[in-house]
Ligand binder design. Structure first.
Ligand SMILES: [Zn+2]
Length: 310
């Protein structure tokens, strides 16, 4: 399953509110993608640029695309893009020496997704040249990038309280991000990133497991539940590796927002109860994280990527 096009139903404030949450999410995502590089089988250069494209918006996006159809929406503080003085509003003219004019939307996906793929396929072990348009001139920048797990991370323009990942994209609803504290947003992101690290989409498709209504029955239900538990357990390792106290994970699933968000991607019957989730994560922290060498490389969970489901 791939996510459909994200066309932003813009809030009345324009795109500012959406971009604000995108920047919050991107800031903690960069930290977590970098710190957990060793746990992922696919890497990309981390730039700190939050990109968007004109075709993502139904209404006029004002000055946001004055410099081209693909532009920088926000820059993560302290990132490679910030160090290279790239700025929101800069239009993307070339990525790694390849002109952005050669990029085309892939099917229903916005042009931004093609720009992301172009960026993600650049090498991680050398500086990355980016050309931007700013008003009447073009600027060449060289980004000193770091390698991170490969994931397209975005705020979905929806007021719901769910988050999802499809093996390529991690989406968090605007409503969920806006209601969550920074630590809570980190827990939500860690859970979704773990679905990606453990390659759940590929493994479930390989097993012919259905989601939605048919995912509620028999073996489908059991396997959907298995991957939720795996994602919870390993999310504690991800958080710890990125310098968070992993105890924020069980704490979040016990909150009202956590219980509500826990009903997200699958129907609630597919999930263990919030208290069972919280206890299982606490057990994982006590057994595999506290007093152990850092960073944590949880082989007992990572090895499941190549093992068939039981
Ligand atoms: Zn999940």
């Amino acid at each position: 399953m791939a996510f459909g096009q994200q066309v932003a139903a813009q809030p009345d404030e324009g795109i500012t509110a959406l971009v604000q949450q995108d920047l919050r999410l991107a800031t903690l995502a960069e930290r977590m993608l970098a710190a957990n590089r060793a746990l992922c089988r696919q890497a990309m250069p981390l730039t700190g640029m939050v990109l968007h494209s004109r075709d993502q918006y139904r209404r006029d996006a004002g000055e946001a695309f004055a410099n081209g159809p693909i532009a920088i929406a926000a820059v993560v503080p302290g990132s490679a893009a910030a160090a290279a003085h790239l700025m929101p509003g800069d239009g993307i003219a070339a990525i790694g020496g390849h002109p952005a004019s050669g990029l085309a939307p892939d099917g229903e996906a916005p042009l931004r997704d093609s720009a992301f793929e172009a960026l993600a396929s650049e090498p991680t072990d050398r500086p990355l040249p980016i050309t931007v348009v700013r008003g009447t001139y073009q600027q060449e920048a060289t980004l000193t990038v770091e390698a991170g797990c490969k994931a397209l991370v975005e705020i979905r323009a929806a007021n719901g309280v769910s988050a999802r990942s499809d093996g390529r994209v991690i989406q968090v609803d605007y409503g969920l991000a806006a209601a969550a504290s920074d630590d809570e947003l980190a827990v939500i992101f860690a859970h979704e990133l773990e679905h990606l690290v453990l390659e759940h989409r590929r493994r479930l498709s390989g097993e012919g497991v259905k989601k939605g209504f048919f995912g509620e029955f028999g073996r489908n239900r059991r396997l959907n539940r298995t991957v939720e538990v795996e994602a919870d357990l390993i999310s504690a390792h991800l958080l710890a590796n990125a310098g968070y106290d992993p105890a924020i994970a069980p704490a979040f699933w016990r909150t009202r927002l956590g219980r509500k968000a826990g009903g997200g991607l699958f129907r609630s019957a597919t999930y263990p109860s919030p208290e069972a989730r919280a206890r299982a994560i606490e057990q994982e922290i006590a057994t595999y994280i506290l007093g152990r060498p850092w960073p944590s490389l949880p082989a007992h969970l990572l090895d499941r990527r190549d093992a068939p489901f039981e």
